[in-house]
Design a protein around this ligand. Structure first.
Ligand code: PLP
Length: 504
């Protein structure tokens, strides 16, 4: 296999200096006509003494700087990305197009309600699609991230118990959970009770029964869990929790393994969040905007955040905002300005409409098939900590490679020398030295094979030349960075003053 060119080599670039370093005194990127209004008197005390230390550059300098930097970024449009839907899967380009339609892009949140009837219709339809996909009764699209959905959902659970004068104090969370789960629960004023998963990577009814009592408000469970394994006892676990008056919250971040096949509402879930930026075609990573709608069963509907959108019905006064955006007395209140991140909702809506029910099911099937294929190809060379069949992702560890003093981080770095983006590493936390791979439905067999070939080659290098793996990457623009130092001792200040470099 030809060696992959590093980003720098591809662009014949060896280094990119900062804009401050590229600054040249007196150079500008604009030309304005002379001012034809009198210069206003500004009180002396508030004037700066020296001009701001901004870089001085031409338009081309700035454009080329940012375009060059953008080419250093590996991304899912450039190649295979084993971080999967839970970080960012490939999003069809049609989902980039629809939010730019004038009617969507130019809407202002303060526009009169009767001029945004189409937007409200889209919101209602998307809510009903997500309700159908999850088997739940109602959906709110307000929360703008998975973690935000968790908080919103747990606040609804809290309001539900309080409405019955039942002040419960605890939430059960399995040891394989994502870090946001305990954090959201704590923010809502609950304490966390851990339930241990067994040697098959599953939560058992016994483990839940042991910690379930009448002080537990809910269990928060990810399904399939963070090992990619379907919690086969989910129905029995839900029954145990319900019998003592608790509710079942499902973290739906892994919906890419369920949609079109199995519905959380059918296996005992009362409330869950969706990550539109994982499963439904919005880019993830880089900080948003995202969308984390929640779906609920009937008993939680009165507590959903306000406002609730109602499409136009005959008999409504067209000018009355009340007819579209109604409030609920027992609601937990507003969790987001206006009504969520609207352009992200347009993306999710587009994806669901483009795929249709059969397409969503097919995406799930292909996502699971791709992960199963990779698991089968790599399980000779990499240790599989849990043998239970998994769905859309597979988890290995560095146990075999440890015999040659090689660790997960070394393997991840070496992958870059083969032109492959590293997968998720050191998560989930219950697997020591975890390597988690999620190919998603987008990739074909050739892409999965190229990744597996590189992984198998690296396993061989670990046996024959471990020092090579430990000193990777060799071919990239930047070599191995000291990650601890980058966190503890970051140098964020501009070292030089503007223009100094060019003058000297
Ligand atoms: C991503 C993720 C979350 C948090 O979602 P955000 O949208 O990043 O806030 C929660 N749980 C699991 C299992 C996840 O993968």
């Amino acid at each position: 296999m030809p060696r992959a060119l590093s980003r720098g080599e591809e662009n014949m670039l060896l280094e990119e200096s900062t804009l401050f370093e590229q600054s040249v005194k007196g150079r500008t990127g604009y030309s304005l006509p002379p001012s034809d209004v009198p210069i206003a008197e500004v009180p002396k005390g508030i004037l700066r003494k020296e001009s701001a230390a901004l870089p001085e550059l031409s338009e081309a300098d700035v454009v080329r700087h940012f375009v060059r930097l953008s080419t250093y970024n590996y991304n899912k449009d450039a190649g295979f990305y084993p971080l999967g839907s839970c970080t960012m899967k490939y999003n069809p380009k049609v989902a980039d197009l629809t939010p730019t339609f004038e009617g969507f892009a130019n809407t202002h949140p303060y526009q009169p309600v009767e001029t945004v009837e189409g937007n409200i219709k889209l919101i209602k339809e998307l809510e009903s699609y997500l309700a159908e996909i999850s088997g739940l009764d109602a959906v709110t699209l307000q929360p703008c991230a998975g973690a935000h959905g968790e908080m919103t959902g747990i606040l609804c659970v809290r309001a539900y118990h309080e409405s019955k004068d039942d002040l419960r104090k605890k939430v059960i969370i399995p040891d394989s959970a994502h870090g946001t789960n305990p954090a959201s629960v704590a923010i809502c004023g609950y304490s966390v009770v851990e339930a241990k998963s067994n040697e098959e990577g599953l939560l058992t009814p016994e483990a839940v029964a042991k910690v379930m009592d009448e002080d537990v408000a809910a269990i928060m469970i990810t399904n399939p869990n963070t090992l990619g394994i379907f919690e086969t006892h989910i129905k029995e676990i839900a029954d145990i929790v319900h019998a003592k008056g608790g509710l079942v919250y499902m973290d739906g971040a892994n919906l890419n393994a369920l949609m079109g096949i199995s519905r959380p509402g059918d296996f005992g879930v009362d409330v869950m969040h969706f990550n539109l930026h994982k499963t439904f075609a919005t880019p993830h990573g880089g900080g948003g905007p995202g969308s984390g709608p929640i779906g609920v069963k009937k008993m939680l509907v009165p507590f959903l955040p306000n406002p609730v959108c109602h499409p136009h019905k005959s008999g409504d006064l067209p000018n009355s905002p009340d007819s579209r955006l109604r409030g609920n007395d027992r609601s937990i209140g507003r969790v987001k300005a206006f009504y969520g991140n609207f352009s992200v909702l347009v993306r999710g809506y587009t994806y669901i409409r483009e795929m249709g029910p059969d397409g969503l099911k097919r995406a799930t099937e292909l996502a699971v098939l791709n992960a199963a294929y990779i698991k089968a190809r790599l399980s000779q060379d990499y240790y599989v900590p849990y043998c239970t069949p998994s769905l859309h992702e597979c988890v290995f560890s560095d146990k075999f490679q440890n015999e040659h003093d090689v660790k997960t981080l070394d393997i991840a770095k070496r992958l870059m020398d083969y032109g492959q983006h590293p997968p998720t590493i050191y998560f989930p936390l219950i697997v020591h030295g975890a390597i988690m791979i999620e190919p998603t439905e987008t990739e074909n067999k050739a892409a999965c094979d190229a990744f597996c070939d590189a992984m198998i080659k690296i396993a061989e290098e670990c046996r024959t030349n471990p020092d090579l793996v430990k000193s990777a990457p060799k071919t990239t623009f930047r070599k191995r960075l000291d990650e601890a130092r980058a966190v503890k001792d970051p140098r964020l200040k501009v070292a030089r003053k503007c223009g100094e470099r060019c003058e000297s």
